[in-house]
Design a protein around this ligand. Structure first.
Ligand SMILES: [Zn+2]
Ligand SMILES: [Zn+2]
Length: 269
């Protein structure tokens, strides 16, 4: 399965998406994709939104039903979120029955990024890079969701502040842990200060440096409605600008197998 023809991050009415699971799956069929991941947000249990584990199980049942008729592979995923700079996340091993792919993002819930931001660029850079390397060390994390989606938080950093060397080191660390990075077509939304063309240019530099360290990538729309499923064009443009070769694409079967092995074991500690 070619990961560059898969949309591995979409939302449904099970979190903040507008379409039901079936409509996203049909959108993936219409777009001629090989696979779609249903990756609704999963916040900590008891959160005001997206924390309900009962809804997670209902979604799994719906994904399983869709598999019976769909002509694309339907992947049960979750989008976890980082909760602090030490690398606590909203999803634990106890949530993973039937979940094939775990994405983790930085969000308004991430202490040190979404709020309570450290003072000064250097401290922010340090905090960010150590957070991403800790996230990569969590055994049940498979993909960093849209890494460096920072422009809507209170940081003093822009994409051009991210140092080449630190990005390469992070890429190496991701490779060592078998964790992929995600390229989404709506990444420009996270940077309202910049024209989407400028985001593409600057993000291509970031992505190229991660890839130089050995990081592999997935593609996604981060669709929040069925009409956006399969929108991979901007992300593919960044991949072209970053001069991706075939070796830069993650092996989807390996990513999924890695996670299944993880869930089968109880050695999370
Ligand atoms: Zn969302
Ligand atoms: Zn998302």
């Amino acid at each position: 399965m070619r990961v560059d023809n898969c949309d591995l991050h979409t939302h449904t009415t099970y979190s903040d998406g507008r379409s039901p699971v079936d409509d996203n799956v049909r959108g993936a069929e219409a777009a001629g994709l090989d696979a779609i991941a249903i990756a609704d947000h999963l916040f900590p249990e008891g959160s005001a939104e997206f924390g309900d584990r009962g809804r997670l199980r209902e979604r799994l049942a719906e994904v399983q039903r869709a598999r019976a008729w769909a002509s694309v592979r339907v992947i049960m995923a979750v989008e976890a979120t980082a909760l602090d700079l030490r690398g606590a996340i909203s999803v634990g091993p106890e949530d993973l029955a039937g979940v094939e792919l775990v994405l983790v993002d930085l969000s308004k819930l991430t202490a040190g990024v979404g709020f309570a931001v450290p003072d000064g660029r250097l401290r922010q850079l340090d905090a960010l890079f150590s957070l991403y390397s800790r996230l990569a060390e969590i055994p049940w994390v498979d993909v960093l969701a849209h890494p460096f989606n920072l422009g809507r938080f209170g940081l003093d950093l822009t994409l051009s502040d991210l140092p080449e060397g630190a990005l390469r080191d992070l890429g190496q660390h991701l490779k060592a842990h078998g964790v992929a990075c995600e390229l989404i077509s709506t990444f420009w939304w996270w940077w309202p200060q910049l024209h989407p063309d400028q985001v593409a240019e600057e993000y291509a530099r970031v992505v190229r440096a991660l890839a130089a360290g050995g990081a592999c990538f997935t593609l996604a729309s981060d669709a929040h409605a069925n009409c956006s499923v399969g929108n991979l064009a901007w992300a593919q443009r960044v991949a072209r600008l970053a001069e991706f070769g075939p070796e830069q694409w993650a092996d989807l079967d390996a990513l999924l197998a890695r996670h299944t092995v993880g869930t089968a074991s109880t050695a999370y500690g």
